[in-house]
Design a protein around this ligand. Structure first.
Ligand code: GLC
Ligand code: CA
Length: 590
């Protein structure tokens, strides 16, 4: 769980065109089926944080009807699917990641009828809805846990991870069973006086971990997946998926050691590894089981069309490659690639090698590029230099959309929303920002309301309402309405990139080959597919102007501009592409 680290701790139709009308109809249908099946391979997936996207009823909290109202905007942007962070009934301790009923909608966000309307309206626009699937833990208010904690012989007891303390006496609970820590700080064990045992929670105390050694837990989630498939969802994003299993022997986590073999200290305490509680091999069996469940659901129509996205923070490309499973035992189609998006430094060599890895070391599977989300500071805070932030956001978005694979984009990035953390402890909403204050201010800064226009409350909620998190002051200029009418805006840039990704054959299907590979200032690559012109992309990672000389094997040096940073010149040839500070150039080789 990296984001927490350092916190607290077709053509067949033509051939058949002369055949019987019936055969023609069938061929058209099967073509549609195969494109449906693989829709996710070149998809633009947009993460919506429902609480912060659009409020429709003036209570200051975003909701499903609000999202439905904004579907035309998403369509125009070019989005294929939206991933909704959890909208199920929840006490909202972790803003929905603590679920108390997996088969309903939290009244704050709407009703199942609103959900049906959202999916129906999205479907009209060919946008899929992806649900967040939290299988590691439930809310402590989920009926399963209420039962489980009530007595040691309750049938739900074994649905969670209960253990005796060490050295318990009549008056004291004793010490926790071992040294395992919560990703949110402190021991991962919580003493429960009713039955005098500890339960394990990888995240908040209010998020007890489910016991995945219990077959009933498997069955419950197969049913939940089927429930949402029946409601027409396009897939699932599996939350915290690497944390499902823990070491059966309950061994302590070892300390992280520095190069001299000494324990690494972080904020006054020994930093622990997470080998015993993260990325255990049994997770793969669960994912094969869940994927088989989804594939079976509509195997007659579109096998594999329901996408599985994974929240897969992993240490290296080899571990990421495993997440796809094997052809006969598929797991995720799109486990997120955090190797690229979380480099957190504009270093050309590192980007080049990591993008190459995604091209060559994932066994031909589709990479899912992602740079930020509701758990991490936005692009400005992680890649910006404070002077050229918008240009740097062009750089990052070019890597996101012009590389091969699917692209996952976080709401508001397309307009350049900035990370805006709370300035006073009493304003913090994310519990981890309260316990972590002032060192870690929590995740509110990247969850602020979507900035739609320059009206009070930025069009997110009624001008007189109080939004659940304050609207950042930037909204007067950084907003959808202003940027829709500006030719040089970031929003216009996003639309152009997405349009290229969808319509240019090299971008849609081409392989990704690095160019000018000794250059330490400019990252250049080409996209190539048979029967279509090659496209080159050059991205300046520095604040100084740069000139690049590209050679495309087997091609001349003519080039036609497809997209470039506003104000830049068209190059005379591939040999002299001039880039301004953090400038971007995309051209078709002639
Ligand atoms: C994932 C979610 C994060 C949540 C955690 C616990 O990392 O993205 O927001 O707090 O899981 O469910
Ligand atoms: Ca609302």
């Amino acid at each position: 769980m990296h984001w927490t680290k350092g916190i607290i701790s077709g053509s067949l139709a033509l051939a058949l065109a002369t055949a019987l009308p019936v055969a023609r109809a069938q061929s058209a249908a099967s073509q549609a089926a195969s494109s449906e099946q693989n829709w996710w391979r070149n998809a633009v997936i947009y993460e919506v944080y429902p609480r912060s996207f659009q409020d429709s009823n003036g209570d200051g909290i975003g909701d499903l009807n609000g999202i439905t109202d904004r579907l035309d905007y998403l369509k125009e942007l070019g989005v294929d699917a939206i991933w909704l962070t959890p909208i199920y009934p929840s006490p909202q301790v972790d803003f929905g990641y603590d679920i108390s009923d997996y088969e309903n909608i939290d009244p704050q966000y709407g009703t199942l009828a609103d959900f049906n309307r959202l999916t129906a309206e999205a479907d009209k626009r060919h946008i899929r809805i992806i649900m967040d699937m939290v299988m590691n833990h439930t809310s402590d208010k989920h009926p399963w846990f209420i039962q489980s904690r009530s007595s040691k012989d309750n049938p739900y007891r074994d649905w969670y991870m209960w253990h005796d303390g060490k050295g318990e006496t009549a008056t004291s609970p004793g010490a926790p069973p071992n040294n395992w820590e919560s990703a949110f700080g402190g021991s991962a064990w919580q003493w429960d006086p009713t039955t005098r045992q500890y339960y394990y929670h990888k995240f908040y105390i209010q998020q007890p971990d489910l016991n995945w050694n219990n077959p009933k837990v498997h069955e419950a989630f197969r049913n939940i997946i089927n429930f949402w498939l029946q409601r027409g969802v396009g897939g699932f994003r599996f939350d915290a998926i690497t944390t499902l299993f823990e070491d059966p022997q309950m061994r302590d986590e070892d300390p992280v050691l520095d190069k001299n073999g000494k324990p690494v200290m972080l904020f006054g305490k020994v930093e622990l590894k997470d080998d015993r509680t993260d990325n255990l091999p049994q997770v793969h069996d669960v994912m094969q089981e869940m994927r088989a469940t989804a594939d079976k659901f509509d195997s007659d129509k579109f096998p594999g069309a329901r996408v599985f996205i994974g929240e897969t923070y992993l240490p290296n490309i080899g571990e990421l490659a495993k997440q796809y499973g094997a052809p006969d035992k598929p797991e995720f189609q799109l486990p997120m690639d955090t190797q690229i998006g979380f480099i957190n430094k504009l270093d050309v060599a590192t980007f080049r090698s990591r993008i190459n890895d995604a091209e060559t070391k994932l066994n031909g599977n589709t990479p899912l590029l992602v740079f930020d989300n509701h758990d991490n500071p936005r692009l400005d805070a992680r890649y910006g230099d404070g002077v050229h932030n918008t240009d740097i956001e062009r750089v990052i978005s070019t890597i996101l959309f012009a590389s091969r694979g699917a692209s996952l984009s976080y709401y508001g990035d397309e307009i350049g929303m900035k990370t805006t953390p709370p300035t006073r402890k009493e304003d913090v909403k994310d519990p981890v920002g309260i316990t972590g204050w002032p060192r870690f201010k929590g995740r509110d800064g990247e969850r602020t309301p979507m900035q739609w226009d320059a009206a009070a409350n930025a069009g997110f909620t009624s001008p007189t309402a109080t939004p659940w998190l304050p609207v950042p002051p930037t909204y007067t200029t950084v907003n959808v309405k202003a940027e829709q009418s500006e030719q040089d805006s970031l929003l216009t840039w996003y639309k152009a990139l997405i349009q290229l990704k969808k319509t240019n054959p090299a971008f849609a299907h081409g392989e990704n080959v690095m160019l000018d590979t000794d250059n330490t200032k400019v990252l250049s690559w080409m996209r190539q597919t048979a029967g279509a012109p090659t496209v080159v992309v050059s991205v300046n990672f520095t604040a100084d102007p740069q000139s690049v000389n590209l050679t495309v094997p087997g091609s001349g040096s003519g080039v036609k501009t497809l997209l470039k940073t506003p104000g830049a010149q068209d190059p005379a040839s591939l040999n002299a592409i001039q880039l301004g500070p953090f400038g971007v150039y995309i051209g078709e080789v002639q």
